[in-house]
Design a protein around this ligand. Structure first.
Ligand SMILES: N[C@@H](CCC(=O)N[C@@H](CS)C(=O)NCC(=O)O)C(=O)O
Length: 258
């Protein structure tokens, strides 16, 4: 039984999958794709994942795509090791509703500040023709790239994304209050926590963690997550933007964020 993971160190969707594989103690062969160089758009990868995005796993020769689908798949494939889903049907539905919200809100919104703050300089070094060809080759993200352009998303888009992230933090606070914590659904860590984890870590990485300064429950949740063995294995060096982009690490240092 073999698991091959195609992913990128800093990719938030990939981090969900790495966490679940480590939590379940599954050995896997890791392929690191360079997303800024377009590895995800090469024909051999598109044969595994026609959307041209990471992550993808290949389990016993069959590929499974989309991080939310993959983490549920892994929990179903290895149900007796560190189960990550509630047993009852209604709780399962509640967890899936949380995961849909997380995919729709923070997982999408976080891309706007990520691209503007971290990746834009890379695209600004391309000629206009190179940039347009790169955008055009993306099956899923062509319009996103064109909206950003080589000048970055305008303030209106950044404000909108931060607004969505603020509303996510409010919702998270409500979930933790309703469940009594420490996890989103109560005493057990579930796939909902793992789905949300990379967005909060990214916000911290971008020095935007002031969004939850008024919520001790969220700070507690994050601190507990960081104590998990799977967390440390997931976030190896290179997984944070501040590991990869010196200009961001410097910005964070100047703002007193580390
Ligand atoms: N819904 C997909 C989204 C995957 C996705 O957007 N992946 C990003 C990295 S987090 C990617 O591969 N981007 C490559 C690109 O924009 O070309 C999932 O959860 O797997």
């Amino acid at each position: 039984m073999t698991i091959v993971l195609y992913n990128a160190p800093q990719s938030t969707c990939s981090q969900r999958v790495r966490f679940v594989l480590h939590a379940k103690g599954q050995a896997f062969e890791e392929h690191k794709l360079n997303l800024l160089e377009g590895d995800q758009l090469k024909p051999e990868y598109l044969r595994l994942n026609p959307n041209g995005v990471v992550p993808t796993i290949v389990h016993d020769g069959v590929s499974v795509t989309d991080s939310s689908v993959i983490i549920e798949y892994l929990d179903e494939a290895f149900p007796n090791i560190a189960p990550l889903r509630p047993k009852g049907l209604t709780d399962l539905a509640r967890m899936r509703s949380m995961m849909r919200f997380i995919d729709e809100m923070p997982a999408a919104a976080i891309r706007v500040p990520t691209f503007n703050i971290a990746f834009l300089p890379r695209f600004q070094r391309m000629s206009e023709a190179e940039f347009l060809a790169f955008a055009d080759s993306k099956p899923l993200r062509k319009e996103f790239m064109l909206a950003m352009g080589q000048t970055g998303f305008p303030k209106k888009d950044m404000d909108e994304a931060v607004g969505r992230l603020e509303r996510t933090v409010e919702r998270m606070d409500q979930w933790l209050a309703a469940s009594g914590g420490p996890w989103l659904m109560g005493s057990e860590l579930t796939l909902a926590d793992i789905s949300l984890m990379p967005s909060l870590i990214r916000l911290e990485d971008l020095n935007l963690d002031s969004l939850w300064k008024g919520s001790p429950a969220i700070s507690r949740w994050l601190a507990m997550l960081k104590m998990q063995a799977a967390f440390k294995a997931t976030y190896y060096h290179g997984s944070l933007l501040t590991d990869q982009f010196p200009h961001l690490a410097e910005l964070k240092r100047q703002r007193g964020g580390g």
